[in-house]
Design a protein. Sequence first.
Length: 328
Amino acid sequence: MTTHYRRVIQISCEDSPNVRLARMEMVAGREPSGRTVVPGVISWHTLQHHRQVWDVVRQTVGLDGQFYEGAQLLLFPPDWMNLAAERHRQLQRDRVKRVARAIGVDPGEGGANTSFAVVDELGIIDLVSLKTSDTSTIAPMLVSLMDRYQVPPERVALDRGGGGKQVADHIRSGGVNNRRLQVRTVGFGDSVNIDPRRGMIQIETRLDDKEDRYAYVNRRAEMYGEFSELLKPQGEVGDQVAGFAVPGVECGPVYVLLRKELGPMDKLWDKEGRRRMRAKNRVGKEGEERGEKTLVELIGHSPDEADAVVLACHAMLHRAPVSRAGVA
């Protein structure tokens, strides 16, 4: 009987001659020069950049050459959600005035819920989810919500699928109270294009434009990735918990649903190192069947409430595309 042995070799970024030179310069009391000793391996400046913008999982695997196991494999670890709920309670206790900045809408057809999320820079202000067997009621409900929170149409984003385009077209054409409101739609499967103009809020660990183009596989991965960055704990400011606020489960069943949806979502990458998400459904648009467990299978139902929240955050973080004459 032949016995086979497997040896795992782990190579860390600290093994790079370029990094070793920088470390030696620091030991000698000098500033790291960043000089390249061996081209093609990680440089000192690249290492420092990645330490600032990569999350713990990616640093452990991609920089330290180690296997990683733990809650950080989740997009929304339980302790992050607990801190976000505590942040919401603090805002309520302090009676902080909230000014809505954006609304996200995930329209539902058939048995699915239609969900509306309202957000500002501090967190989620409101989340409404209900059955809409008569989809003609969605547009008036949305316009009413926009009026209630004084949110401009360019800061309203609807999921293009599931009837969202039809709802948006109805509102744009003046179908609700003869008001032509130019709301926008977002496709979860859209590719990620770089807009050199930044939104009203900067995510602290956002990658530069060159890397951002390759950071996410599609719009769904980008929106959930950015929401994860918003929720990342930021420590304390004085005696206050800093970070994005999400109402806790005590605030109603809709927030129980939201936490159930976000809880099991995991961090995934494609072979090129870009962030990706599980497919929502087993069968794709072209009829191909996916082998990996889907989001619906992972959660137990469609993530309608979570989709509305990330759409709202996307509308707040990114300006609406500018239409140009002669462009379809």
